[in-house]
Design a protein around this ligand. Sequence first.
Ligand SMILES: Nc1ncnc2c1ncn2[C@@H]1O[C@H](COP(=O)(O)OP(=O)(O)OP(=O)(O)O)[C@@H](O)[C@H]1O
Ligand SMILES: [Mg+2]
Length: 346
Amino acid sequence: MADAALVDLLDAIPLPALAIDRTERITAANAEARTLIGQGIEGRNFVTMLRQPGLVDVVEAVLSDRQPRVTQYLANDGVQDTTFQVTVRIAPTLGCAILCFIDVTHVEQAGQMRRDFVANVSHELRTPLTALIGFIETLRGPARNDTAARDRFLDIMDGEASRMNRLVGDLLSLSRVEGQERVRPREDVELVGLIQSVLRTLKPLADEAGVALEPQIAPERVDMIGDPDQLMQVFTNLIENAIKYGASGKRVVVRLDAVDRDPALRAQGVRVHITDFGPGIAPVHLPRLTERFYRADSHRSRALGGTGLGLAIVKHIINRHRGRLRVESDLGKGTQFTVILPTNIP
Ligand SMILES: Nc1ncnc2c1ncn2[C@@H]1O[C@H](COP(=O)(O)OP(=O)(O)OP(=O)(O)O)[C@@H](O)[C@H]1O
Ligand SMILES: [Mg+2]
């Protein structure tokens, strides 16, 4: 029977914690530790319960030389793999080692995301750079005196350099909106005029792609508090995507409805639907579209000059405005993105 004071002590620690005595038995464990490692662990030899060689070695070392140590314990919470940092320290008056398990899964995940991000950026930059270097070599060597080839290569180089430029621009924009996500926007915005000006700007692109832009905007004006430049970016990217990826549907409808009480926001708001009648997006891609560099059809998107950062930026801007982004798509029929924004001005 474990010492009642020891049990009380472990129960007061808000992390999985357990005690191991000199005979290598688990003498007490709190409820969090039982959830993590298993019910009925008290009284058992720790080696049979903890089972991970790294942790077992560390506990044995601490029990023998009484020096504190830190190690890792890997688990799974039924949804995802989890990582714990485990501190192992001797409590001299209690005559046992105390193990505390600190969940560091989110720290590990943040580290992994950072590494993925750097890898993605390097890859995205390397592709156009490799092309540029290749063309420079060709222009210095075999194509030196070939005027027609030179002009063609310079055009391609121009395209690749612009792509790198756009990528860097998008990266800066993304880091700016991420940094501001918790800062409330505070400018007055009139949304109907803003969307109409985006439609005017994108008209040439739509004409070139043979797409008719069809605004269906009932209210005369919609006033809200927001960041006009960022909201421009949102609608520009969504309408541009609809034109670029949905061109085969020949039309893009931009519809705006003001709602007194939006069910998603539980507040007064506005819903803007951007609908195209293009190839649509397969359901597997939908949940991941707003991830950085995620492309549903990467070959086509790259060919159209996309960086894959547009929707990531859109998502952050909408979050900053306390809004929602929805996407519905039917393969072969088209795609509808919906932006829901609160308009109640405090
Ligand atoms: N309306 C749409 N129809 C079909 N696919 C779409 C549509 N909108 C987006 N996509 C897919 O989602 C991907 C991500 O879009 P996003 O705007 O984030 O990047 P992008 O357009 O490739 O690059 P950027 O916007 O930075 O120029 C696109 O590459 C495309 O595959
Ligand atoms: Mg885009």
